[in-house]
Every structure is written in structure tokens, then in C-alpha cells.
Design a protein around this ligand. Structure first.
Ligand SMILES: [Zn+2]
Ligand SMILES: [Zn+2]
Length: 262
């Protein structure tokens, strides 16, 4: 089946040339871009006026083996070379988000930031693999032989993030710890730009905002607490990793989910 690519705004990128992208590609607000990858997406945040040295940051890296070259091509399309990437940020430790991070880190030389709960696993410090993303043990057993090749390789994490940290992205980003989907899931709130980037902490069904996918979510009660926390924030647009951004009625949609799960 061919997927019809639609961008809600004119995109500098015409076709990604990969199968099955599910999200639109392009600019969400000035300086914030979403790039479809094989099953997920990543975000590029540009800083053209940063002390006259243009730089970019990237949120998430997609799957190992598949996604990094598409992401780097997109970066170049936007006018940024890999060496201009200043920071890489992980929303959470799932393999569709950090699988490509080791390669992306090597290609760009950028520092990686991740939540402090997940950083030791991402570095490989614990001696344990990052826990398998699938919650259901039979499904997990079924997927295990295939998934071992796709497991993320360790990479250095220079910055351990915590709730309330601020990052110099767009006009200022606040780190919001939103555990539940994984223990160290983070969202990024851009209060002055009216945007909220939630990774996999939320999903979207048309005009509704919904809870994260149960099959891939470690602790749904904690995920509900995170929903209530996000609903307190002020924003216009929600950016999801697996869905197009919600531009209209996003805050009302999230508040109604928060009421529903209370
Ligand atoms: Zn995901
Ligand atoms: Zn996930």
C-alpha cells in the first residue's frame, strides 16, 4: 500500500523515499521540524541566530540500521551539516527512538542528553540490556529472535536530564519528566513557542489525545499521572513521535483526557 504524504504546511522536503511514513514531514513552527522515519519520527530544532554560529539539535534518532541516514539527509536539506549538531536528546529508551543514537552521535560528534533514570542503561553502565519495549511476555518471546539485531548499542550520555531542567532550544525548553510509558520518558515544553513535544507519552486519534499504547507501556497508572501533569501546562500544539502534530484544540483535548483518567 502506498502512503499518501501530506504536510499541513508547505515542506522543504518533497518525498522521503522510504516505505510507510505515518507522519507529515516538515516545519511545525519556525525552527522545529518533524522528520518521518521508518515507523516513527525525529525532530530537528534549529538555532540560526545562536551567536552567529548556526546549530541544530535533534530529538530522537529512530531505529538502528534504518533511520540515521534519512535523518542526516533531512538535516542537510535544512541547510545544516552533521558537525553543526550541538545536542542530541532522547525522549525515552525504546529502540525506535534510541536505536540510531550511537551512530548519530558518532556522525555528528554531538553530546547526548537523556533522563537520569535511563542514562545508565543507554551508556551500558548497568550491565543490563535496556528492557524490552513489549510488555506482553508471549509477544515478547515471539519477537525476541528478530529484535536482538535491532537492540540499541550503548552510547555516551553527557547530560542527565531531570524534571524542570531548561534547555536552550527555540525560545527556551523545559524538561518535563513524564514516566509511565518508560521510567525516564521526557516531554519538552516550549512555553514561549506554544509547543509541547511528548514523544510516546501520548497518542492521537483524530481530534482526541489518548493514553500511550498499552502493549509498549510499562506503568499505565504512572502514565495517567503524567497526563495530568502535562494537562497543567500552557501550549497550543502537541507534537507526537508517531503522529502528526495536533494544532487545533490540543490543550482542550489533553485536558479532557486528563479528566477522563482522573
Ligand atoms: Zn515510539
Ligand atoms: Zn516508546
Amino acid at each position: 500500500m502506498m502512503y499518501e504524504l501530506r504536510s499541513e504546511r508547505a515542506s522543504p522536503y518533497k518525498r522521503p523515499g522510504i516505505p510507510g511514513p505515518r507522519t507529515p514531514v516538515g516545519e511545525i513552527i519556525p525552527g522545529l521540524y518533524q522528520r518521518s522515519l521508518v515507523t516513527t519520527s525525529a525532530f530537528v530544532i534549529t538555532a540560526p541566530d545562536d551567536g552567529n554560529v548556526p546549530s541544530a539539535s535533534i530529538v530522537d534518532a529512530g531505529w538502528r540500521l534504518f533511520d540515521v541516514r534519512y535523518l542526516l539527509n533531512y538535516l542537510r536539506e535544512l541547510g545544516y551539516q552533521p558537525g553543526m549538531v550541538r545536542q542530541l536528546i532522547s525522549t525515552h529508551w525504546h529502540p525506535d527512538h534510541v536505536g540510531g543514537m550511537a551512530e548519530l552521535q558518532q556522525s555528528t560528534g554531538a553530546e547526548v542528553a537523556a533522563h537520569r533514570v535511563e542514562a545508565p542503561y543507554l551508556r551500558g553502565d548497568t550491565g543490563d540490556d535496556i528492557p524490552h519495549p513489549v510488555n506482553h511476555r508471549w509477544v515478547r518471546a515471539l519477537l525476541w529472535p528478530v529484535s536482538s539485531e535491532m537492540r540499541p548499542r550503548p552510547f555516551p550520555v553527557a547530560t542527565e536530564l531531570d524534571d524542570g531542567d531548561t534547555l536552550p532550544l527555540l525560545h527556551g525548553a523545559q524538561v518535563v519528566h513524564t514516566p509511565g510509558h518508560t521510567p525516564g520518558s521526557i516531554s519538552l515544553h516550549f512555553p514561549d513557542d506554544g509547543a509541547l513535544l511528548v514523544g510516546d507519552a501520548l497518542q492521537r486519534e483524530g481530534d482526541r489525545v489518548t493514553l500511550p499504547a498499552p502493549l509498549f507501556t510499562r506503568d499505565m497508572e504512572e502514565a495517567k499521572r503524567s497526563v495530568r501533569k502535562l494537562a497543567e501546562l500552557d501550549f497550543e500544539i502537541i507534537c507526537f513521535s508517531h503522529f502528526p502534530p495536533m494544532r487545533k484544540g490540543a490543550r482542550a483535548a489533553l485536558r479532557s483526557l486528563a479528566e477522563y483518567v482522573s
